[in-house]
Design a protein around this ligand. Structure first.
Ligand SMILES: *Cc1c(COP(=O)(O)O)cnc(C)c1O
Length: 267
């Protein structure tokens, strides 16, 4: 058997075996989200319940359909081609789905992304140039219905070169730019990925604390209340911790959909 077919079968089989668990995984993550929310230490009097975003990157649309059918509505993707394909495939069968784009966005892909049905939020605006491009293309997009598009500003809290996001120093200026100069965008909050190497036995994740400080500064500068500035942080390995600190939007992939297998390109 060729290596390509082997890989293909392995993928089909791993998908088939995990399907029955997806709904159980969803329900257990939802329970964990709720109990972490009950333990929140944030003094902001957060009334928002944290939102769970299920990240289905590399997983088939059929997996997303199963999780949608179990009641989940918010889904995240971080490759433009994948969100375009899945959002079209699921347009009829998931009419209330809310797509979050959470990946690095190149200027030349903005038009393609804005063509997605049910695009709810772009979490990864990280430069004025990108904000301007999304702002400009959104009004001329076939999906534009007269309402501004929800966006978050992604902040590179760990200052790692390979991570995208605006620097913490420039974050406030970018938020101001989105709010003041981009009339077709609606700023909803701040987002970070953060360093993957934090040792939780040493205390709170410093990236999360940095993002929360950015949130405070945004609230102060623009006289916004806590619920007006969402905080997107926390993934499979740390979403409970993130929620306890004040995350309002956690992005959970592998704990729901299973480990990702990156198939090599067909030869
Ligand atoms: C893949 C991804 C996630 C989900 O990661 P898991 O560790 O599988 O939960 C969350 N956020 C971003 C930006 C991602 O790319």
């Amino acid at each position: 058997m060729s290596g390509g077919i082997c890989k293909f079968l392995k993928r089909v089989m791993s998908t088939a075996s995990s399907n029955s668990n997806l709904v159980e995984n969803l329900s257990s993550v939802k329970d964990r989200v709720a109990s972490s929310a009950a333990k929140r230490t944030s003094k902001d009097n957060l009334t928002l319940l944290p939102r769970l975003v299920c990240v289905g990157k590399t997983k088939p649309a059929s997996d997303i359909q199963l999780v949608y059918d179990a009641g989940q509505r918010h889904f995240g993707e971080n490759y433009v081609n994948e969100i375009v394909e899945k959002s079209h495939d699921l347009q009829e069968t998931c009419p209330d789905i809310k797509w979050h784009f959470i990946g690095r966005l190149q200027s030349n892909k903005v038009g393609k992304l804005l063509g997605c049905p049910n695009l709810s939020l772009i979490e990864t605006i990280d430069s004025e140039k990108l904000a301007d491009r999304v702002d400009k293309l959104w009004v001329s997009s076939e999906r534009y219905s007269g309402t501004p598009l929800n966006v978050m500003v992604q902040i590179n809290t760990s200052n790692e070169e390979q991570k995208s996001g605006v620097s913490t120093e420039k974050a406030l200026d970018l938020v101001e730019h989105v709010m003041v100069k981009c009339e077709n965008l609606h700023f909803t909050g701040v987002m970070t990925i953060g360093s993957f190497s934090h040792d939780y036995s040493t205390g709170p994740n410093p990236d999360f604390l940095t993002l929360l400080q950015c949130k405070e500064k945004v609230m102060e500068k623009f006289s916004l209340s806590s619920d007006d500035v969402e905080v997107s942080m926390g993934m499979s390995n740390d979403f409970e911790h993130a929620i306890e600190l004040g995350s309002t939007n956690v992005r959970v992939g592998s704990t729901i959909f299973g480990a990702r297998e990156y198939a090599s390109k067909p030869s």
